[in-house]
Design a protein around this ligand. Sequence first.
Ligand code: GLN
Ligand code: ZN
Length: 763
Amino acid sequence: MARTHISGFPRIGAQRELKFAQESFWRGDNDEHALRSVARELRTRHWRLQQDAGLDFISVGDFAYYDPMLTLSALLGALPPRFGFDPATLSLAQYYELARGNAAQPAMEMTKWFDTNYHYLVPELGPQTSFDGGVEWLFDELDEALALNVPVKPVLIGPVTYLWLSKSHVAGFDRLSLLPKLVIRYSRILQKLKQRGVEWVQLDEPALCADLPAPWLEAFSAVYDVLGTSDVKVLLATYFDSAAEHAQRVARLPIAGVHVDLVRAPQQLDAWRAALPAHAVLSAGVIDGRNIWRADLRAIVESLRDLHAELGERLWIAPSCSLQHVPVSLATEQKLDADLKSWLAFATEKLDEVGTLALALHDPATAEPQLAAADLALEARRHSSAVVNALVQKRVAAVSDAMAERHSPFAERNRLQRETLDLPLLPTTTIGSFPQTASIRQARAAYKRGELRALDYLQRMRAEIEFAVRKQEALGLDVLVHGEAERNDMVEYFGEQLWGYAFTENGWVQSYGSRCVKPPIIYGDVYRPEPITVDTTRYAQSLTPRVMKGMLTGPVTMLQWSFVRNDQPRSTTALQLALAIRDEVMDLEKAGIRVIQIDEPAFREGLPLRKHDWAAYLEWATRVFRISAAGVGDRTQIHTHMCYSEFNDILPSIAAMDADVITIETSRSAMELLDGFGAFAYPNEIGPGVYDIHSPRVPSAQAMQRLLERACEVIPAERLWVNPDCGLKTRGWPETEAALTNMVRAAKALRAKLAARQPELTR
Ligand code: GLN
Ligand code: ZN
C-alpha cells in the first residue's frame, strides 16, 4: 500500500493559540514555561490529527516559535554575531530578539518564502560562520513525538536551500565556501536522528525549483553525495514548481526518495518516473498545499493507478508542500455558506484527503464512500449558479484590446492633466491611509458587533475623513486623500463589496511570526453590483478645493492576496477583477474625481519562480491593470503604488502599465532604485518615497531634500512627486504630522532652489 505523510502542518493553531501565547510572552504577561506548554499542546494536537487521518508518519520539525529558518539557524549555530548570543544556550527571549530586534540591534532581515505570502528570517552568514551547533529544540520535539509510538519523520530545510536563501554582508564573500562546514553539521544532525531510531528524514530543497546557477547545482550533488550515505534515509523534497530538469542529477545521488509537487507541475511526473532508481521512493505531492479547494480525489486516484502498480510501497502520497499555507480547519467555520463549505478543504481536511487517496489505491471499495462524497461536492461546484454569472462571462468575452489603451499617449495626457490639475513643481501627496487610531478601530468593532448602527458608523467615518482632510490642508499637501479610515484590510474592504468573494471566520494563515492574515476566497465570477468608494470620495472632495485622490486596490493585488479559483486560469479571475475595478474607476471619474490611485503592492510577488515563466505573467498582469485604469479620459490622472524596491528586472512591465504616476518605496535603499528607473528612462511621472513609514523615526527636512536632489539627478524634476514610502495606517498622528511637515518643507525648499537656478522650470 502507498504510504502517506505531510511536509508540515500550520503551527499557529486553529484559534491562533501560538500567536496569542507569543504576544503575551513578549508583553511579559506569561513566562517561557507557559509559552512552551502552549507550543507542546499544539504540536501534540497536530500530530494526533495526522495519526487520526491514518497517515504513515507524523511530521516533526515543522513547528517553530517564530520561523523554521530562524530555528534552523539556531540549531546549526549560525546566528548573526552582532547579537552576541551563544547558540548553544540560546533562550527563547533571545530567539525573539533575533526575530524582532532589541534596543541595540535591528531584527534579522525578513523576506518572502519563494512565491508565497509567508516571510522567513534571512540567515546572516559570513566567513566567521562556523555551524558549531546550537540549541537542540528539534530533539526535544522529536522525543515528544516518539512518545506517541508512531513512526516519526523529521522535516528540515535542506542545506542548499538554507544557503541559497541566506545573505552575507561581507563584500566578495562566496556563501558556497561555507558548504563543507554546513554539510558536516547536517551529517551530525542526521546521525543523531538515527540514534533516536528515526528511519526517514525529509530535507526540503525548494531551491531546486528556482533558477539555480551551475555552481549551486554542483554543490547540490556534492551535498547529497554525502548526506545520502548517512544511516537515515533521506527524502529530498522539492515543491512550488517543476524540478524535472534535475531528475537525472537527483537520480544519481544516493538518496532514498524524492518528493515532487504534482499540483503546480503535474507534467514533471514522467521525467521522475523514468529517472527513479529501482529502490527509491517517489512521494507524489497531489493535494494542493497552497489552496483551499477540495481535491478531485477520483481523478487523482486514476492518475496514480499505474504508478502505484509499478511502485507499490515505494509510492508515497502527500500534499504538494507544507500545509502551513492554508488555514487549519473548516470545523470552526459556522457562517460560511454550506455549499461553499462543502467545496473546501483546509489543512485538517487535507489530511483526510491524503489518507483517502492511499486507501483508494489499495482498497477501492472501502474508499468508495469518500470518493463519492468528493465527486458530489465537485459536481455541485461545477454547476453552481453561485459560481457562474452570465453577465460577467459576457463582459469578459467582449473585452477588447482597445479597453487596455488610454485615449492618448502619456505625453498628451500629461499636458492635459497639468492644465486640469494645476499643481506646483514637485507636488506633494501621501499613499492613501492615515493613522488607524484606537477610536477608528473601536468604531469598526462596535459596528461589526452590531452595537453601532450603520448610519452612526458612517458619521464616525465621515468625521475621521474631515479630520484627515483638515490636517492635510494645514500641512500644505497638494494632492489629498480621504485617509482610508473605513478600511481595515484593503483586499477585504473591496472583496466584501464584490460578488464571487467569501470570507471565513477563522481562516488564518501565518504571514510571519505572530502575524496572520485571513485571505478571502474567490469562488465565483467577480462582479461589482454597485459603487464602493464613490460616496466616500465625493464627500472627501466636497470638503476641500484641493485635488482629492480616489483610492482603489488593483486587480493583481486583489488576486494575489486571496485564495483563488482553481477552475479557471488566474489571468481570467484577474480580468474579472479588473472589470469590477474599471467600473469603480469610471464612476469615480463621473463623480468629479480627477486623480485615482490603483494600488498594486503585490504586483511583483506574483512573479513566477522561474524566469522563463515571467513574460507570460507580466503580459497578463500589465494588461489587467491597464484594463482597470484605461476607461477614463485623458484629463483624469491614474496613479499606482508599489511598496518594495526590487524593480529593476521588471521595469519595462512597470512602464507598460502606463500609469500617469507611480509612487514607490526608495528611502530604505537611499534612492538606489532610482538608478534603474533613470537608466531605463522611465517615461511617466514618479514619486520615490522620501521617508520610511515602517519606523517611528521622523527624518529631517534636510535629509528628505537630499534624497529628492539625488532623485532629480536621474529623473527630470518636472516628472517627480514627493511622498512617503507607503500608507500611514500603522503610524500615530504626532509622528505623521511631524514627518509630513518636514516632507512639505523639503519639497518647498527644493522648489525654491530649482526656481532660482532654472526659472523656466514649471509644471
Ligand atoms: N493605499 C494603501 C495605504 O495607503 C496602500 C497600502 C499598500 O501599499 N500596501 O495603506
Ligand atoms: Zn505601500
